[in-house]
Design a protein around this ligand. Sequence first.
Ligand code: ASP
Ligand code: MG
Length: 438
Amino acid sequence: MKILKFGGTSVGTPERMRGVAQLIRKDENQIIVLSAVSGTTNSLVEICTALQKKDQEEAIKVVQQLEKKYDKFVKELIDTGNHQDEALEMVGAYLNGVKSYAKREMTLFVERSILAQGELISTNIFLQYLKSIGQKPVMLSALDFMRTTDKGEPDQRFIAENLTFELSKYPNKNTFITQGYICRNAFGEIDNLKRGGSDYSASLIGSAINAQEIQIWTDIDGMHNNDPRVVDKTEPIKHLSFKEAAELAYFGAKILHPASIRPAEESSIPVWLKNTMKPESYGTLIHGDKSDAGFKAVAAKDGITAIKIRSGRMLMAYGFLRSVFEVFERYKTPIDMITTSEVAVSVTVDDTSNLEGIVQELEQYATVEVDKDQTIICVVGDFIENGKGYASTVFNALKNIPIRMISHGGSHNNISVLISSSAKKQALQDLNKGVFNL
Ligand code: ASP
Ligand code: MG
């Protein structure tokens, strides 16, 4: 069985949805996982925001815009007849559902139910389209098998058992469609895997049934070695190990949801990133523990704040770092990068919502300096043990850039530096030349 996940832009117009249908082979055993049509989840979020402000009129206005959009979408996609009628009726029903939610008191339950409609709509339209062109796929509702635990983590045992059960009902079928993103929580209520979570769904589904491979189809030809918005020449990376992909997914490499690597990695299922606009191009294949030695990509993450914590008490002492980390833990603020000297430690965070409280507590026993507008530049690759020259290549390339922090050795796969965001463009261009000769 293969898992094929198509993102919002891949199903974003009737034409694109037709393109997706052409990519599905009739003789393959497969589960097709779809996101909502691009823009829809954002509209559903708008509806929820309006309802939180008790602006029912605005909420209804957005629902009406969706009604119009989908009426046109379905009529353009599916020829007149039974399948078009069914698609229109079903979209109507889901959007009527949103409207009646809009009349109820806004609760977390209502919000999550509204957010779930995007994927329910896209999968049902696609189902009817495939039927209208003579195919006979089966719809599996993600709400029947996708589930999180009381800690909000995917309940992998439940998912495996129930997905296997759902599939067992159709021994003679080979093509299944299901929703990304949506799930039920431990109480059985409708919930979701957070924004961008459809990739995560695909990976969880793949892992649950030990799929042969997971394909993530988007509108770029895989992960690139650098940020195409910042540097002129970038290249898709052909092969990445799971570890390298995990390092990159955290950094702006928006193409893959960061959590989505883990289930596939745990079950050793290759993940293939492919481009719906250029299906013939290779894309990026993520597999295995190791890949070829050497540099694979650089990525940057903006909006980083560095905090330097300096204290005489740190000298030769133990327990100092624990007390520092406890402050961050109390404020539920993840730390990204860490560097230490004998008397000071610098850390970076990207969530500054509790910065003031954190700094106040740290100041009780240390001098604290905060630098905002920083960027982490991360160079990813397989820097094999006892390998030589990797760091010098990176720092040579960056010789004209002031560096605030350096981190290497946390894994074999990452050399990171922190720089002022104003130097980011130059740094990425210099690395493109110095590391990749591009
Ligand atoms: N539709 C959801 C979102 O826009 C999930 C996804 O597309 O992955 O965040
Ligand atoms: Mg996505």
